[in-house]
Design a protein around this ligand. Structure first.
Ligand code: CP
Length: 302
């Protein structure tokens, strides 16, 4: 895995993903180590982020590496018309690894073809978010004690939600039963559903969130992705489709956990935050350990 880019979760085999999760467990026990001394990591964020960028930067800082980059492309020469090609070629000269988020699907794959250093895709449009996927898998395994044979409910914007796309693909390798809850307009794309079908796994589509609450080991809530809609009226129609509250959770299985890649808007009421089912803030913390494992592996220090 040394020097390899991570663009889609399909770039890693099941075993390679599990190796990252195992290593992340080691970093959770000892998150501060001086193993990246002398390495420079660039974080290029052409789209807003709180968790992904800051957890990558925290991960690298805690391992003794240095971080350069931008959190807003308007402060870079992109503002003057520089192409993605030229930006990536240039930044490759300044670092050992690039973490990039970009609004265009396929941009990360393109960057990996022009860069002279590995690229980690931190989200490309509505396509993929593989590092979120790894931390989601870590969180599922940590809370359920296993990854295999679980019932997972994905709720909300399954069409544009890149974290959903990556996690469905990854969990198709773990004999998951999928419960897909969305408005009719925001169903999981058939290109992602194909991964479930190829493994002959069970999936069911729903519009009513209440139906899946008693069935699920994990409820994976997502935000309706306002920024991906071309028609604002369509967004207005679906924006409040699902709001999970604490009362609804009384029907849940014991041990069921609510995950969310965050940011949330209103799809999880704050009264869920103090319940034993809420796991989304710990999930975000797990992102530091998983990203430490990933960076250390790609840079060949672990
Ligand atoms: N989960 C996630 O990608 O969050 P950010 O957009 O804050 O990075």
């Amino acid at each position: 895995m040394k020097n390899r880019s991570l663009i889609s979760i399909s770039d890693f085999t099941r075993e390679e993903s599990l190796r990252i999760l195992d290593l992340a467990e080691e970093f959770e026990k000892q998150p501060t180590q001086n193993i990246l001394d002398g390495f420079v990591i660039a974080t290029l964020f052409f789209e807003p982020s709180t968790r992904t960028r800051l957890s990558f930067e925290s991960a690298v800082n805690r391992l003794g590496g240095k971080v350069i980059g931008f959190s807003d492309a308007s402060s870079s020469s992109v503002q003057k018309g520089e192409s993605l090609h030229d930006t990536i070629k240039t930044v490759s000269n300044y670092c050992d690894l690039i973490v990039m988020r970009h609004p265009r699907e396929g941009s990360a794959r393109y960057a990996s073809q022009v860069a002279s250093v590995p690229i980690i895709n931190a989200g490309d449009g509505a396509n993929q978010h593989p590092t979120q996927c790894l931390l989601d898998m870590y969180s599922i395994r940590k809370t359920q004690g296993r990854l295999d044979n679980l019932h997972i409910a994905f709720v909300g914007d399954l069409k544009y939600g890149r974290t959903v796309h990556s996690l469905v693909i990854a969990m198709s390798l773990h004999n998951t039963t999928f419960h897909l809850v969305s408005p009719a307009e925001l169903k999981l794309p058939s290109s992602v559903k194909m991964h479930i079908k190829n493994k002959n796994l069970q999936y069911r589509q729903y519009t009513d969130l209440n139906e899946v609450i008693p069935l699920a080991d994990i409820i994976y809530m997502t935000r309706i992705q306002k920024e991906r809609f071309s028609d604002p009226i369509e967004y207005e129609r679906v924006k409040n489709a699902y709001i999970l509250n604490n009362t609804m959770l009384c029907k849940a299985k014991p041990g069921m956990k609510v995950l969310h890649p965050l940011p949330r808007v209103n799809e999880i009421s704050t009264d869920v935050d103090d319940s034993s089912s809420a796991y989304y803030f710990q999930q975000a913390l797990n992102g530091v350990y998983v990203r430490q494992a990933l960076v250390a592996t790609i840079l060949g220090v672990k």
